[in-house]
Each structure stands twice: as C-alpha cells, then as structure tokens.
Write a protein that binds this ligand. Structure first.
Ligand code: 2P0
Length: 338
C-alpha cells in the first residue's frame, strides 16, 4: 500500500489507540452498480473520476472474523473454511490491506472470511470483502468509526467496496479533494421492497482482464472516455429522479443504458475489452424481446460476461420462466425486521 494510503489511514484514525480485543466478527453486503464506476483520478487511493450508485444485495456478502494470530511469519487466513496459502492472490491482497492497520511490524492477523455471494454467480466479492475488512479492523481495535470513515477506508482496498458499508441504494460521491476525504458513499433514503436482482451465470471462468487494469486502459486509450463524466452525471440525476418517483421503467432504462455505455467504452479501448460471450448477447436479446412483449425486465452487466436482471417481485414467475437458472436476490428482504 502506498504512502498516500497510509496518510489517509492516519488522518481517519487521528491518534486512536491500537488495543486489540480477542476477535471481532462483522458482515458487509455485496453491491451491484446501477450507475457504474469506471475510471480513476488517483490509483493509489482508488479515487474515481465520477460518482456511482449501487444497490446492496442484503444477505449476499462477506462475513469476516478478525483476530490476532500468535504465529510468526504471515497472517493466517481461511476462505469459506479452507486454509488460504499466504502466496495466493486473495491472501496477498488482504495482507497488503491489513498492513495499513498493524499496530506493530510483527503483529499478525487471523482472518476467517466466508462469502455468501455465490462465487460462480458473477457477483463480485471484493467489494463486500474489503468493506467487511474495514469494519473488522474497526471492531477489533474498538475505534467506533463512522460509516463515512469506514467507506473511505474500504475504498483503499477496492473502489467499489466504498459502496458496501450500507444497505439499500448507495451513492458514492466522487469528491474533488486530493486526499479523497470527500470521496465516500452513503445510503439514500429510499426503499424499494419489490425490487429483485437476478444473476444469470453465463461463465464462471476467471476474466482475462480485471477491472483495475481494464479501467486504466480505458482512461488511457478510449477516445470517448471524455464523454463519460457528463453521461454519468445525467444518469445519476435521472436515476435519483426514478427512485424518488418509484418509476421502475425509468430505473431499468437508466441502469441498462449506463451499463451498455460502459461496455461501449470498453469496446473502444485499445486493446479492446469485450466481456460479452455469445450467451451474454443471447440473454440481452431475450430480455429485449420479452420487454417488447410487455415484461418489465431490464439488465445490467459488470466487467464480465454475466448478466444481472432487474425486475419487480410481481414479475418473478415470468422472469424465472424465461431464465430457469436465474438466482434471485431481494435486496430489501429483512429490512422490515429492523
Ligand atoms: C462498479 N466495477 O461500479 C464497476 C462496474 C466493475 C464494472 O467497481 O481497482 O474492483 O479495486 O477500485 O472496485 C470493479 O472495480 O476496482 C467495479 P478497484 P473494483 O461496480
């Protein structure tokens, strides 16, 4: 992690102590962006060029238990019950992030992570994973940080993790400050209990170009990227209008259009980034045909071939008939119990 990231951590913690309790267990949800984050103004701090707006996936996310490890050389890590070798990419990324918070150079962490995000379903787990890590260090050392401060810390691990501290609809403000203290996410005061998100798994294979390298290539080489900030500003305003009016067709249209615009930027990147597979395009065509026949169904896609469906509870049977393998999430399920 960079010196700039360390300075941000020092600023957020502002002299708080580092007395670790035995262990801490936390949870953070995964999220799907309806208006996407694609492109950074600062790579060390994961500061985005634009704002973005996501929906958190309720029970799908990451459970993390963090404690102090008495061992010597490396942090000890388990993912979904299996020991993670220290040289695995997950363990290295998590340890590099935890470096920001070690109270002493020889302090080692014990980390047990369990994802309820089905890894094969095309929902990213890095957002919920780093959000849960930020919450876990806060709970372990008893700092009592605010959600805004946790969002800033989670962002240092992965940009989209900034949006995984809260449930519901979450807006990540791009901010303008060089140190990113104004680049954090917060929940919008809107609930939509009927909203459903469906995961259509086209391929579970590891993608060839990850988001981090992909967005850098787009910013550097895509001549249309200069259009993107204005497009996002418009989409954010339109989406917030749709949320206020509870206009599902408008929500779907903004989300689908924004995802396709991002994929157009990717296709115009050099070398081209085309994440869609033939089955992705076939699913898009089925969705458009069903919509033409009156079904209120839209989609979004991230940096991969899988398609995420957006619909309302009343249409779930029709959506399942069209896509029998779909995994359906109710993002606001459980909120009535709060
Ligand atoms: C998003 N994605 O808004 C966009 C849409 C993928 C496509 O955020 O480099 O893993 O850690 O900041 O957050 C994925 O990028 O990238 C992402 P880093 P991240 O959800």
């Amino acid at each position: 992690m960079s010196g700039a990231a360390r300075q941000v951590v020092a600023r957020v913690l502002a002299g708080r102590g580092a007395q670790a309790r035995e262990s801490a267990t936390v949870y953070a949800p995964a999220n799907i962006a309806l208006v996407k984050y694609w492109g950074k103004r600062d790579e060390a701090l994961n500061l985005p060029v634009t704002g973005s707006l996501s929906i958190s996936l309720g029970p799908l996310g990451s459970h993390v238990t963090l404690g102090r490890w008495a061992g010597a050389a490396d942090d000890a890590m388990w993912l979904n019950g299996e020991v993670l070798p220290a040289e695995s990419s997950f363990a290295r990324r998590a340890s590099a992030y935890l470096d920001l918070f070690r109270p002493a150079a020889d302090f080692r962490f014990e980390l047990r992570a369990r994802n309820t995000v089905p890894t094969a379903a095309g929902f990213a787990s890095s957002a919920s994973g780093f959000a849960a890590l930020a919450k876990a260090v806060d709970a372990l050392f008893g700092w009592g940080l605010t959600e805004r401060e946790l969002s800033i810390l989670a962002r240092l691990g992965s940009g989209s993790a900034a949006r995984s501290l809260a449930d519901g609809f979450v807006e990540w403000h791009a901010g303008v400050a060089a140190d990113g203290m104004d680049s954090f996410a917060e929940r919008l005061a809107v609930t939509w209990p009927e909203l459903r998100v469906g995961a259509l798994v086209v391929s579970a294979a590891e993608k060839a170009v990850g988001s981090r390298a992909g967005m850098r290539q787009t910013v550097e080489t895509c001549e249309f990227y200069r259009e993107w900030p204005a497009r996002v500003a418009r989409d954010l305003a339109d989406l917030k209008g749709a949320l206020e009016k509870k206009d599902f067709a408008a929500l779907g249209a903004v989300a689908e259009g924004n995802a396709l615009a991002m994929h157009a930027l990717m296709a115009a990147t050099r070398p081209p980034l085309v994440y869609a597979l033939p089955e992705t395009v076939a699913a898009m065509r089925s969705i458009w045909a069903a919509r033409g026949a009156g079904l209120a169904l839209w989609f979004t896609m991230d940096a991969g071939p899988n398609v995420k469906l957006l619909f309302e509870a009343k249409d779930e049977a029709d959506v399942r008939a069209l896509f029998p393998g779909v995994q359906v999430v109710a993002p606001f399920a459980g909120e009535d119990k709060l």
